[in-house]
Design a protein around this ligand. Structure first.
Ligand code: EZ4
Ligand code: CO
Length: 402
């Protein structure tokens, strides 16, 4: 079998997605997600202008060799644009391999290691009372694990608090919105949220929280410590993680489990975090982490150091990436949890898929390949619209982490 052609599709069924389709000379095609929120067209160009010409005529079964060719062959290694482009190719090739062998991709990765994939949903509200209600609604929908975020008194907006109930989407059309931040107000508020949640719902439901890179290590240590009585499943992205050593300080002070890595794109971003056992969950996912081929290696290294996976699964990852993540999640031993933000109906219509939600779990389905398709005709109705994630400033105007 040979790769005959490949095309990049740009569409906006409620939000922007970049989709790669690789065609073979046997009539089988594969799909890959190439969406990098707020920087979408850079990956589309990387693929069309630089990668696709090198793919024509290759054997699509050579997932490892093609991965190495694109990684080593670029000379300029790593980085989100490069690794998202490589991931899209890798996903599409695994999809082709599964279809050609008439088996779901999970069977090529070791087979099923569990019956389904535990997921967590996003509950958020403008204040504690509203967030508590939303957590209750998610429990009603069958979720066993729920991420809770709430607005902070004295701040107009904060990360994780959505206008829409079920569909959280931080990217906005137009230029980047500006948010204002106060670590002091945040640190006083969050423990109150989790105290209220535990009093109301008890200990059976898993509760998670995302600090979204907004703390310094000693502040994260204080937050982790103050949340210990509420037994969080994890505290996510307590600090920006370019400085892996920063986690040493947090780790010395708290037993709250730590998750990190949704913005990582290679195993080297987490090397010290693994070898020094500084985190509990690695959040890197297929689309930004070099595809299934590279994520398998990350997970294998993590496994040695008692680290579990907790793949990023926000709505800016298309259903193609979600499907790939589910085939990966169900096949590895050191799976922890999968993030699941529901896509809108419009997105789901453009990407018909075999995976489904039931009783707090996602199931990849049993179709050959990844089990996702792309409705090109329908997608054409939703052209690209430039959108950005917000930026964040401290109250005195200092530029900060969003
Ligand atoms: O802000 O995916 O845990 N989930 C997250 C996400 C990210 C978005 C950025 O594109 O932090 O909501
Ligand atoms: Co996050």
């Amino acid at each position: 079998m040979k790769i005959k052609d490949a095309k990049v599709f740009v569409s906006c069924p409620d939000r922007n997605f970049i989709t790669l389709k690789i065609y073979t000379d046997q009539g089988i095609y594969g799909l890959g997600d190439a969406t990098l929120n707020g920087r979408e067209l850079s990956v589309a160009s990387y693929l069309s202008d630089h990668v696709i010409p090198c793919l024509i005529g290759r054997d699509p079964f050579q997932t490892e060799d093609i991965w190495q060719y694109l990684y080593k062959g670029a000379y300029w290694r790593r980085g989100p644009v490069t690794m998202t482009a490589i991931a899209a190719v890798d996903m599409a090739l695994w999809d082709i391999k599964g279809k050609a062998l008439n088996t779901p991709v999970y069977n090529l990765l070791g087979g099923k290691s569990r019956t389904g994939v535990l997921v967590y949903g996003h509950a958020n509200g403008r204040d504690i009372a509203e967030t508590v209600d939303r957590v209750g609604e998610y429990m009603g929908l069958g979720y066993k694990a729920i991420r809770a975020q709430s607005g902070i008194p004295g701040l107009e907006s904060t990360y994780g608090v959505a206008k829409d109930k079920l569909f959280y989407e931080p990217a906005e059309k137009g230029l980047p919105p500006e948010n204002l931040w106060s670590t002091e107000k945040y640190l006083l508020h969050v423990p109150k949220l989790f105290e209220t949640l535990r009093v109301k719902y008890g200990e059976d439901v898993h509760l998670l929280h995302d600090a979204h890179h907004r703390l310094r290590p000693i502040e994260a240590a204080r937050l982790g410590k103050s949340l210990e009585p509420y037994h969080l499943f994890w505290l996510e992205d307590p600090v920006p993680a370019e400085l892996q050593e920063g986690f040493r300080l947090i780790r010395q002070h708290t037993t709250t489990p730590l998750a990190v890595g949704e913005v990582f794109n290679a195993i080297w971003d987490a090397n010290l975090l693994f070898t020094e056992q500084l985190v509990d969950y690695i959040r890197t996912t297929v689309v930004h982490g070099g595809g299934i081929t590279h994520l398998k290696k990350m997970a294998s290294m993590a496994e040695i150091y008692h680290v579990l996976t907790g793949c990023h699964g926000a709505t800016d990852l298309s259903p193609v990436a979600m499907a790939a993540a589910l085939h990966f999640d169900i096949s590895i031993n050191n799976f922890g949890i999968q993030e699941y933000m529901r896509h809108t109906d419009k997105t789901d219509e453009v990407f018909p898929h075999a995976y489904y939600f039931k009783d707090g779990m996602l199931y990849p389905g049993d179709q050959p390949g990844l089990g996702v398709d792309y409705d090109e005709k329908l997608a054409e109705k939703f052209p690209y619209e430039r959108a950005y994630l917000p930026v964040n400033r401290k109250l005195d105007g200092t530029m900060y982490n969003w």
